[in-house]
Design a protein around this ligand. Sequence first.
Ligand SMILES: [Zn+2]
Length: 279
Amino acid sequence: MNNECEIVKDLLPSYIDKLCSKSSENFVSTHLEHCTECKSFYNRMVLELNIEDEIEVIERQQVIQPFQKVSALLKIQKITEKALKWLVIFSLIMILILSTLATSNTTQFNKEQMHQSSIEQEQLEIMSAAFQSLNQNGLESLEDVSLNYARQIKYLAVFERNSVSIDKDISKEPTILYPLPYKDADIVYENGEIITNTITPSDYDIGTMVMEKGNYIIQFEYQDRYLNHVERAFQTKHYAKSLLEIWLPSVITLIITLILLSIWLNLVKSLRRTEGLIE
Ligand SMILES: [Zn+2]
């Protein structure tokens, strides 16, 4: 090791960091080209510096990583929060639409219930009037009943209880039944007149009502043009949606909205907490 080597070793740190003057740099470069000892010393130094750099990078990453994780989590939470907010808004709109629909359906429901009960009331009225007349003034006294309800009924007939067989219990209220054959009737009225010609009974069961009282059965057949009312009442009685069914979609949507709303509010709260921690 000569004097030049000593100088080069002193200069090497500055040389590696590229801090020395142009002339010193040239001096070191030239020396390194032909001095193997200084060259290997130089290589070791560079290697050590590189390792130190790498360690520093890893250490810095270890410090940053948790923060990166928190910020990624925060990002996901923010996206979820936004999606939930829109879901809540959408649900609220759905509630508005569904409850408007249910309100209108409820109005319709009430209207149909009233219509149905008015039809039933009328059936009872016709039967009562017919039986009353029959009991007070006999078989040939039903002209008035037939005429009074001519708008609703086509045929009004009286049968003796024993002359026909019926499986159903028809003693409690006016009951829907396939028409009993008119040839078995004691008397048949149409428009307030007794008729004797052959009648083909309707083959539509909803169009005919029968009721039994004492020794007699009264049967009336609706006018064709009145059948839609009777049919409507029948549909209401047997197939109408209940109020519960009408309101169920709104109620379910309301429950879902409340759940979503509470999840969303909790998320907003937790987001604020996380953001507070980061600051
Ligand atoms: Zn040297």
